[in-house]
Design a protein around this ligand. Structure first.
Ligand code: NDP
Length: 440
C-alpha cells in the first residue's frame, strides 16, 4: 500500500536531501556531544577549536573511531538492560489496554505495566548497583561513549531489519513501501511491527529509550559522588525533576500510545534511532554535564526550580488527560467546573468509512492548540538551569526540544487539517494560536 505522508515535503530532491542530512549528521552529533561533555569541559568552543586544528573529518574520526563498535562491556550493559526490560514487559502484571484504531482498521493492544517496570528498573538498579554492589553505577559514565557507539551500530542494523520486515512480513495492514527505499529506511515500513510477540515500538520508544534515561541519571550522579565525595544540590535538583518527569511518563504510559510518536511515526530510523541513541545521548546531557560541574544552588533557587517544574509537569499532564478523558467519556465530561465544550468531528478513514471523533475546545485545549508544549519546555528548562551559565551545552536539550515541539505543532496542524477538514478549521477559528496565546 502506498504511504501517505503529506506533512513532509513531497519534493523528491528536497526530501532525499533532508533524509540524507539527518542520517549522516545525527550519529556524529550524538558522539560529539558526549565527547565534549566528558572531555572538553562541556565547551562547544573547545570542540570547534579541536575540529579546527585536526580538520573536521579527521577530528570526528579521532573521537568516534575508538568507540565506534562499542566495547565488550558496553554490549554487555546493553544486552542485560534490554533483556531486563523485555522480561518486565512480559512478566509484570498489567491490564490490557488499546491504542487508537488505525485508518486501516488495526487496533493495537498493550500490557499496561509501564509504571511497575519503571519502579522495578529503579529498584533493581539500586539493589545491584548501590546495595549488593554487583556493578559500579559510575562505570556507565566511564563507558558511555562505547555504549553510544554500540547503540548507534545496533540501531542502524535494527532499522535495516525493520525495513525488510515491514515490506516482506508486515505485522499489520498499516505498512508498505513509499517506493523510495531511502525514505522508507528513514520513515519505516511498518507502523506497529511485532517481533516474537514483542511490540517493537513499545519496547524501543518506551521501555528502552525512556527507561534508559532515569538509570543513566543515577549513574551520572554516582559518578559525581565518586569524583567529589558528595552529590551537589544542582545534580540532585536536576536528577530528581527528571526522575519525576519520567515517572509521570510511565504512570500514563498508555496515554503515550495515543500520541503522534506511536500513531503516526512508523518504526524507521527517525523514531527508532531517535529513541535508542538520541534519547540516551541528548536527553541526559544536562546531568552528564553536571558530573564535572557540581554547582551549589542553595535552598531558595532550588525550591523555585522545583515548584515551577512541578506546575509545568502538572499542566502538561493535565492537558493530555483532558483530551483522553473527554474522548473516553464520549464528550460527557466536566472540565474546569462545567461540561466540556467539544466539536464532534467527522472524518473518513483509509477504507472510505465515515468515522467520528471529538475535538475539545475547552480547558487547556481552549487556551492554545498545543499549550502542553509550554509545560514541556518550562519543565526541561527547570532541570537545565542547575547547570548555571558557564556553557551552552546543558541547555542544548531544551533548545532542541523547543524547535522540535514548535515544528511538531505545525506538523500536527497539517495532519489534523487533512484528517478533519472543516471541523479542524472550526476549531482553529475558536482557538487561533498553536502554542503561546497571542504570539504563536
Ligand atoms: P498531542 O498530545 O498534542 O496530540 C495530538 C493529537 O491530539 C492530534 O494529532 C489529534 O489526534 C488530537 N487532537 C488535536 N487537537 C485536539 C483537540 N482539540 N481535542 C482532542 N484531540 C485533539 O501529541 P504529542 O504527541 O505532540 O504530545 C504528547 C505529549 O508528549 C505532550 O505532553 C508533549 O509535550 C510530549 N512530547 C514530548 C517530547 C519530548 O521529546 N520530550 C516530544 C513530543 C511530545 P487525533 O487524530 O486522535 O484526533
Amino acid at each position: 500500500m502506498a504511504q501517505k505522508k503529506t506533512y513532509y515535503t513531497n519534493h523528491p530532491i528536497l526530501r532525499n536531501l533532508g533524509v540524507i542530512a539527518i542520517i549522516l549528521l545525527t550519529p556524529p552529533s550524538a558522539i560529539l556531544f558526549w565527547y565534549t561533555s566528558q572531555n572538553l569541559d562541556g565547551s562547544f568552543l573547545e570542540l570547534f577549536r579541536f575540529l579546527g586544528e585536526r580538520g573536521i573529518f579527521s577530528g570526528i574520526y579521532e573521537i568516534w573511531a575508538p568507540v565506534f563498535w562499542g566495547s565488550a562491556t558496553a554490549w554487555k550493559i546493553i544486552v542485560i538492560f534490554a533483556a531486563a526490560q523485555i522480561l518486565f514487559m512480559k512478566v509484570l502484571p498489567g491490564k490490557k489496554v488499546h491504542g487508537p484504531t488505525t485508518p486501516n482498521g488495526f487496533t493495537p493492544e498493550y500490557k499496561q505495566n509501564g509504571f511497575l517496570s519503571f519502579l522495578a528498573s529503579l529498584f533493581l538498579f539500586w539493589l545491584l548497583g548501590f546495595q549488593i554492589e554487583v556493578f559500579r553505577p559510575a562505570m556507565i559514565y566511564d563507558h558511555f561513549g562505547e555504549i553510544l557507539g554500540a547503540l548507534n551500530v545496533f540501531s542502524w542494523f535494527f532499522c535495516i531489519i525493520l525495513y525488510f520486515k515491514g515490506i516482506y512480513t508486515p505485522s499489520t495492514p498499516d505498512s508498505g513501501s513509499s517506493g523510495n527505499p531511502l525514505f522508507d529506511y528513514y520513515w519505516g515500513t511498518d507502523l506497529y511491527p511485532h517481533i516474537f510477540t514483542i511490540n517493537v515500538k513499545q519496547f524501543t520508544n518506551s521501555r528502552f529509550g525512556m527507561m534508559s534515561w532515569p538509570l543513566l541519571l543515577l549513574a551520572f550522579a554516582d559518578k559525581q559522588y565518586e569524583l567529589y565525595g558528595a552529590v551537589s544540590d544542582s545534580m540532585i535538583v536536576s536528577v530528581v525533576l527528571q526522575l519525576i518527569y519520567v515517572g509521570i511518563f510511565f504512570y500514563y504510559e498508555s496515554g503515550y500510545f495515543k500520541t503522534m510518536d506511536i500513531q503516526e511515526d512508523r518504526a524507521g530510523y527517525y523514531i527508532v534511532w531517535g529513541v535508542m541513541v538520541w534519547v540516551p545521548a541528548v536527553y541526559t546531557l544536562t546531568a552528564h554535564y553536571l558530573v564535572q560541574h557540581p554547582n551549589q544552588l542553595g535552598f531558595g533557587f532550588s525550591a523555585v526550580l522545583v515548584v515551577v517544574a512541578l506546575l509545568s509537569f502538572w499542566s502538561k499532564t493535565n492537558m493530555n488527560r483532558q483530551r483522553i478523558n473527554v474522548r473516553e467519556h464520549d464528550g460527557d465530561y466536566n472540565i474546569w467546573g462545567h461540561k466540556a465544550r467539544i466539536i464532534r468531528a467527522k472524518y473518513t478513514d483509509n477504507k472510505g468509512k465515515e468515522r467520528e471523533s471529538i475535538l475539545l475546545v475547552d480547558g487547556w485545549w481552549g487556551v492554545t492548540r498545543h499549550f502542553h508544549y509550554v509545560g514541556e519546555i518550562l519543565g526541561a528548562l527547570c532541570w537545565s538551569l542547575p547547570a548555571l551559565f558557564d556553557n551552552f551545552m546543558p541547555y542544548f536539550y531544551v533548545v532542541y526540544l523547543t524547535i522540535l515541539l514548535f515544528h511538531r505543532a505545525k506538523r500536527d496542524d497539517v495532519k489534523c487539517r487533512l484528517k478533519y477538514g472543516k471541523y479542524w478549521d472550526e476549531y482553529c477559528q475558536k482557538v487561533p494560536y498553536k502554542v503561546i496565546p497571542g504570539i504563536y
